[in-house]
Design a protein around this ligand. Structure first.
Ligand code: ADP
Length: 293
């Protein structure tokens, strides 16, 4: 059993990006710049955005954090997005979700110029991904592809069972794993809350990608010997022994599943750490105009 070390992989990717930025600077080129819009004071969102900005500094990117109170109007947000779309400085930007209820999230996401949509949430990027064109991939699926690729995991002709059909993880993952490419060329089954017999499907899987948000949903009896298991779930469960009062648990019953696996991601330290690296990678690609050439 080999642990898929997301932390180490994320650090390696960020080092590669830092090296590229150093080269851009040495050649007198424009330093990549990521902007983030944050609405409100939700603890999780503040932490995520702060970490993204800090990561920019680490690799040598420019960054800006644009904050609004909870009562910001949709018009104000849309005006800021227009400004960022037209900015010569900002190569890519993100709108941290969730947004307050009075704001139409889809309208906001569609206002982002697809060329600067480094979260990959704009329908233009989703459509390009489905059509097999270059696109900004959402950070989590992009990170999973990197893990598979960097560990040299075979996907060609394998049966991949994706569990969860969200727009940001399960659905894009199912499309990417079926693409005529590496990683890809897998036969894909997409399971979700209406799936009748989840275990029937997972037992046949060579590769399981779980993105559900139910701690311990995938148990040892549901996993074939030698399977590759990628756990995207990160649910906070109460833990009195921790200073924070909680710990993160994945969708997979790691202790019992791991001994059966050829490869498995831990939680935390698996897919999670890759998301920031892939956001930076997308920003670099935006700055290099690689996606919409
Ligand atoms: P994420 O952002 O991690 O993808 P979401 O909460 O947006 O998570 O999506 C959860 C997904 O998990 C949904 O697509 C839902 O259909 C799926 N799901 C929820 N419960 C089950 C279940 N018991 N079995 C299989 N899939 C489930």
């Amino acid at each position: 059993m080999i642990l898929l070390d997301g932390k180490k992989t994320s650090e390696a990717i960020q080092q590669e990006i830092a090296d590229e930025v150093a080269e851009i600077k040495a050649n007198g080129g424009k330093v990549p710049h990521l902007a983030a819009i944050l609405v409100g004071n939700d603890g999780g969102s503040v932490t995520y955005v702060t970490n993204k900005v800090l990561a920019c500094e680490r690799v040598g990117f420019g960054s800006s954090l644009i904050r609004y109170e909870d009562d910001v109007t949709e018009e104000e947000l849309l005006a800021k997005i227009k400004e960022l779309n037209e900015s010569e400085v900002v190569d890519g930007f993100i709108v941290q979700l969730p947004l307050p209820k009075h704001i139409n999230t889809q309208k906001v996401l569609e206002a982002v110029d697809p060329k600067k949509d480094v979260d990959g949430f704009h329908p233009a990027n989703v459509g390009r991904m489905v059509a097999g064109l270059t696109s900004f991939l959402p950070a989590t699926p992009y990170g999973i592809l990197q893990l598979i690729e960097r560990y040299g995991i075979e996907t060609n002709g394998k049966h991949c069972v994706v569990i969860g059909r969200s727009n940001i993880v399960g659905s894009p993952m199912s499309i990417l794993m079926a693409k005529a490419a590496y990683p890809g060329n897998a036969t894909v089954t997409l399971c979700h809350r209406n799936t009748v017999d989840l275990a029937y499907h997972t037992r046949q899987a060579d590769i399981i990608i779980a993105a559900v948000g139910i701690p311990g949903l995938i148990t040892a009896d549901m996993v074939k010997e030698g399977a590759v298991v990628i756990d995207v779930g990160t649910t906070r469960v109460p833990d009195a022994t921790r200073k924070s009062g909680y710990r993160l648990r994945g969708d997979v019953d790691f202790d019992n599943v791991a001994p059966k696996c050829s490869y498995i991601t831990p939680v935390p330290g698996g897919v999670g750490p890759l998301t920031i690296a892939m956001l930076l990678k997308n920003t670099l690609r935006a700055a290099r105009k690689e996606v919409y050439a």
